[in-house]
Design a protein around this ligand. Structure first.
Ligand code: ADP
Length: 188
């Protein structure tokens, strides 16, 4: 099944020099070595700082390298798992997801999760860790994840597993969209 990326963003159209991602980190991530060793990636930073572009670019590169990739926004993933909960197929859905080498979860924290949503996310993270790679993005710094994962113990367990073997990339600075808009005004 296709990875279902929402837009086609590739690593070669990402301008690392204007991003806050260190070139060495970007090059390490682009090598996909971390996917082969089942390590994770967490990208944290405000909107417009290139998190989605990087995640999708890495996902597309992984597909080209012959790896199996699934892409979800956190909301879509939780909706899918909730449907599984309703008809008793959640285990099956997770098993299917576990066939991917890389699971990309974008926009974590856009919508708060209730307790069972948090449990479902934990189930997936726990099952995936050390067997495949998770790549996630959120605009919330880790210490604020309690804002959308209200069940504290489970939230801590999710972070603990996710970050155990992970590259953490903090993106900051001005939104690329804003920068682009400013540049276009200047060029007019
Ligand atoms: P985020 O996920 O952090 O909100 P996005 O990755 O969606 O941000 O970036 C917003 C827009 O700016 C996208 O169209 C993306 O392609 C573009 N963009 C962001 N950073 C860069 C960059 N360094 N080089 C090229 N395009 C970028």
């Amino acid at each position: 099944k296709a990875a279902a990326f929402p837009v086609a963003k590739t690593l070669d159209t990402f301008d690392v020099a204007v991003s806050s991602i260190p070139a060495a980190t970007f090059s390490y991530l682009s090598s996909l070595e971390w996917v082969r060793t089942h390590a994770n990636l967490a990208m944290i930073g405000p909107p417009g700082t290139g998190k989605s572009h990087t995640l999708i670019g890495l996902g597309i590169a992984a597909v080209h390298a012959g790896l199996k990739v699934r892409y979800f926004t956190a909301t879509d993933l939780i909706d899918t798992l909730y449907r599984g909960l309703a008809d008793n197929t959640v285990g099956k859905i997770i098993d299917t997801l576990l066939r991917a080498d890389l699971i990309v979860l974008d926009e974590i924290g856009f919508a708060p999760l209730d307790d069972s949503g948090t449990q479902l996310l934990f189930r997936l993270v726990a099952a995936a860790c050390e067997r495949q790679s998770l790549a996630v993005a959120s605009h919330w710094p880790f210490e604020q994840w309690g804002r959308f994962l209200p069940e504290h113990t489970t939230a801590v367990s999710i972070l603990d597993r996710l970050l155990h073997h992970a590259t953490i990339v903090i993106t900051d600075g001005e939104s690329y969209r804003m920068r682009d808009a400013r540049q276009q005004r200047k060029d007019q």
